[in-house]
Design a protein around this ligand. Structure first.
Ligand SMILES: [Fe+2]
Ligand SMILES: [Fe+2]
Length: 331
């Protein structure tokens, strides 16, 4: 290799590391970005007040240029607030009047999980479709349990990075199918995207109590690359198989959270106060603990389990998803 080639290769490697390094191996928690403070809205620019559920949306400014002189003066000392085409974002508050501090979800997306849902249900594999899906999940389960053992939070973080993929892939493929065929989806696009978002919120909750190490981030990077593409191809080839696989994955998620909860209840694992994001997302009491959070997350997983087995049943019986209304509005 001549001098020029060596120089070019070194430059290319440096450039690649510079681009990918911080994304792959950063150990900086991204909770900082999602726990952004609520936007300040200038006084004297209010044009209306809207009530959203039991929360208040205040000081909706119609144009940034209507700021009062005092606020203009204050803003010169701070970084410019990015605006929605000149319209300042609303300032949201909680029921108790305190500021809403989450940008990753809004007050009207908060909900109370249905913890009365049956967490012991199991879809018995009968057909070849079911058996293939069941054994794929069993094959994935054992190495995962062997790797994480009793490290429940580590396990939950990895599990959630995988669990948020099927809903997004399925929702995206149904979305493009709806466009291609000029037809409605029966609400299934929304239901699957809701599932993906709900799973991602589980992850946002866990990273508040545990910061993944660089090697765990690298593992997630590889697993996501493989799983996303494999699930995409599976969904294209057989949506009923893909939904059944997700149904069984969700059953395993329910079981994992039951183990997690048992260890918290037995005192094998120390219980800690619930993260603030979880208290606001699931409308939990202020004195809630990790135990309460695991209980509501398990209820969510049981809902995903039922939704995916239902989607697979519809197609196994020779129907299309759009013929049956999707279970949306769970949240
Ligand atoms: Fe989850
Ligand atoms: Fe789930």
């Amino acid at each position: 290799m001549n001098q020029n080639n060596i120089f070019m290769t070194t430059k290319m490697s440096q450039l690649l590391l510079k681009q990918l390094g911080p994304r792959l191996f950063s150990t900086t928690s991204f909770t900082h970005s999602i726990i952004a403070e609520s936007s300040r809205i200038p006084n004297g620019t209010t044009v209306g007040m809207t009530r959203v559920l039991n929360m208040h949306v205040r000081n909706w400014s119609t144009h940034a240029s209507s700021e009062s002189g005092m606020d203009k003066k204050e803003n010169t000392n701070t970084k410019a607030i990015s605006s929605y085409w000149g319209v300042a974002p609303p300032s949201l508050t909680k029921a108790d009047g305190s500021a809403w501090k989450w940008n990753c979800f809004r007050p009207w997306e908060a909900y109370q999980a249905d913890t009365s849902i049956d967490v012991t249900k199991h879809h018995k594999p009968v057909t070849w479709n079911d058996k293939i899906a069941f054994w794929i999940v069993q094959a994935l389960k054992y190495p995962t349990h062997f790797y994480f053992q009793k490290k429940h939070i580590h396990h939950a973080v990895l599990l959630e990075t995988v669990a948020a993929v099927p809903g997004m892939v399925g929702g995206m493929l149904l979305h493009t199918k709806s466009l291609r065929r000029f037809e409605q989806s029966g609400g299934w696009i929304k239901a699957l995207l809701e599932e993906a978002e709900n799973e991602r919120m589980h992850l946002m909750t866990f990273i508040d109590v545990y910061e993944p190490k660089w090697h765990e981030r690298a593992l997630v990077f590889v697993v996501q690359g493989v799983f996303f593409n494999a699930y995409f191809l599976a969904y294209l080839a057989s949506p009923k198989l893909a939904h059944r696989i997700t149904g069984y994955l969700e059953e395993e998620a329910v079981n994992s959270y039951t183990d997690f909860l048992n260890d918290l209840e037995k005192g094998v694992m120390k219980d800690i106060p619930a993260p603030a994001i979880a208290i606001d997302y699931w409308c939990l009491p202020q004195n809630s603990t990790l135990k309460d959070v695991v209980r509501v997350i398990r209820a969510d997983e049981a809902h995903h389990r039922d939704l995916n087995h239902y989607a697979s049943d519809i197609q196994c019986q020779g129907h299309e998803l759009k013929e049956y209304p999707a279970p949306i509005g769970y949240h």
